[in-house]
Design a protein around this ligand. Structure first.
Ligand code: HEC
Length: 109
C-alpha cells in the first residue's frame, strides 16, 4: 500500500512539473510500468485484519479502485486521475481512516 501511495505521488509530481503538456506525453515509461504493477497489487495486499476479506466488501472497493486506475491508464486526464484518488479514499473511509489526510494530498488542483 505504501508503494502504491509513493508511486501515485510520482505520477502527480510528473503531471505538476509539466502543467501545459498532455499527461500522456509527460509520464515516464518507468513510472507507468511501476504503477501498472502496483495498482493490481491492491487485490493481493493483506489488510491487517484478516476478516476484512470475508464479506466481499473490501473486494468490491478494490474493484472500484482497479476500474478507476484502468480508466486513468486508458485516458490520462486530470479528471480521471482525481477520480482514481477518490476511489482510494472511498475504501479508506470504510477500512482505514488513518491515511485519508495523506491520500487527500494526492489530488490535483
Ligand atoms: C480496497 C480498499 C483500499 C483501497 C482501494 C486503497 N486502500 Fe490504502 N489501505 C487500505 C487498508 C485496509 C489499509 C490499512 C493497512 C493494512 O491493513 O494493510 C490501507 C493503508 C494505506 C496506507 C497507510 C499504511 C501503509 O501501508 O503505509 C496508505 C498511505 C494508503 N493505504 C494509501 C492508499 C492509496 C494512495 C490508495 C489509492 C491509490 C489506496 N490506499 C487504496 C485499504 C485500501
Amino acid at each position: 500500500m505504501r508503494n502504491l501511495y509513493l508511486n501515485t505521488l510520482d505520477v502527480k509530481k510528473e503531471i505538476i512539473k509539466n502543467p501545459n503538456s498532455s499527461i500522456n506525453q509527460i509520464l515516464q515509461k518507468e513510472t507507468i510500468e511501476r504503477f501498472t504493477k502496483n495498482y493490481l497489487a491492491i487485490n493481493t495486499a493483506k489488510p491487517t485484519e484478516k476478516d476484512l476479506r470475508k464479506d466481499g466488501i473490501y473486494a468490491s472497493y478494490a474493484d472500484l479502485y482497479i476500474n478507476s486506475a484502468e480508466n486513468f491508464l486508458n485516458n490520462k486526464t486530470k479528471k480521471n486521475y482525481n477520480l482514481m484518488v477518490s476511489s482510494c479514499i472511498q475504501c479508506h473511509e470504510r477500512f482505514c481512516f488513518g491515511a485519508i489526510n495523506t491520500i487527500n494530498k494526492l489530488h490535483l488542483k
